[in-house]
Design a protein around this ligand. Structure first.
Ligand code: PEP
Length: 250
């Protein structure tokens, strides 16, 4: 049985003080043992939010990392710094980083590797653009992103990785993939993982991301191969995030 993961991605929202106030609200959400909850916060908020959520059962993560333990990389943040600040997860290869900052699959694969090497869990984001979707390339794009993104991860480590399927056309647009469309791609992702890793990948969590909201969470989570969600906009308000965290399968 795979334990679902409900992850919030705050993107570049909330100052450290706002983030800490929000973390105090998060702590009040009744925790359920059958699911994990995570918030991926901006770097400056990591220490404060981690202190508040320590012992709450809610995990804290970062939204990016530079793939080196230390060095002359002005302005970058290393995995060791992130871990020491209290993070146990790191989002790698979010589509905003692929598109705005031109991150390649190769570069993302180095991030995935170093995050695992440092004892944290990478959330590797994959997903096709609108154009790729319309050209019928969803499966080939996702397969290639997975193969390259995971190229440094061996069978013995694959269960330390989370995959997030986030169709780019559904992120922040209000348009979500239908639960059935998402389920089809999730099943495909599981087959690709099985092709690469055989039986070792059966416990890998595959999350869906893209305009997840209180109105669609229950149906998404009722799909057999959707093992959680990565939530942007709706994770910024306590009312919507607490409803998403309290999902019920239909
Ligand atoms: C995201 O930031 O990963 C995301 C899926 O955003 P939204 O939920 O706002 O579409």
């Amino acid at each position: 049985m795979i334990k679902p993961l409900i992850a919030g991605n705050w993107k570049m929202y909330k100052t450290p003080s706002e983030a800490e106030l929000f973390a105090l609200e998060l702590k009040k959400i009744p925790q359920q043992n059958d699911r994990d909850v995570l918030v991926c916060v901006p770097f400056p908020a990591l220490v404060g939010v981690s202190r508040i959520l320590k012992d709450s059962g809610i995990f804290v993560g970062a939204q990016n990392v530079y793939p080196a333990k230390e060095g002359a990389f002005t302005g970058e943040v290393s995995p060791l710094m992130i871990k020491d600040a209290g993070a146990s997860f790191v989002i790698c290869g979010h589509s905003e980083r692929r598109q705005i900052f031109e991150e390649t699959d190769q570069f993302i694969s180095e991030k995935v590797k170093i995050v695992v090497d440092c004892g944290m869990t990478p959330i590797l984001c994959v997903g096709e653009t609108l154009q790729q979707n319309e050209e019928g390339k969803t499966f080939s794009v996702v397969e290639s992103q997975l193969k390259i993104g995971l190229q440094h991860i061996s069978s013995s480590l694959i269960n330390n990785v989370v995959i997030a399927y986030e169709p780019v056309w559904a992120i922040g647009t209000g348009k979500n993939a239908s639960p059935q469309q998402a389920q089809q791609v999730h099943l495909f992702i599981k087959r690709v993982l099985e092709k690469i890793y055989g039986g070792s990948s059966t416990m890998v969590r595959v999350l869906y991301g893209g305009s997840v909201k209180p109105e669609n969470i229950d149906e998404l989570m009722s799909q057999p191969d959707i093992n959680g969600v990565l939530v942007g906009g709706a994770s910024l308000k306590i009312e919507s995030f607490s409803r998403i965290v309290s999902f019920k399968k239909n």
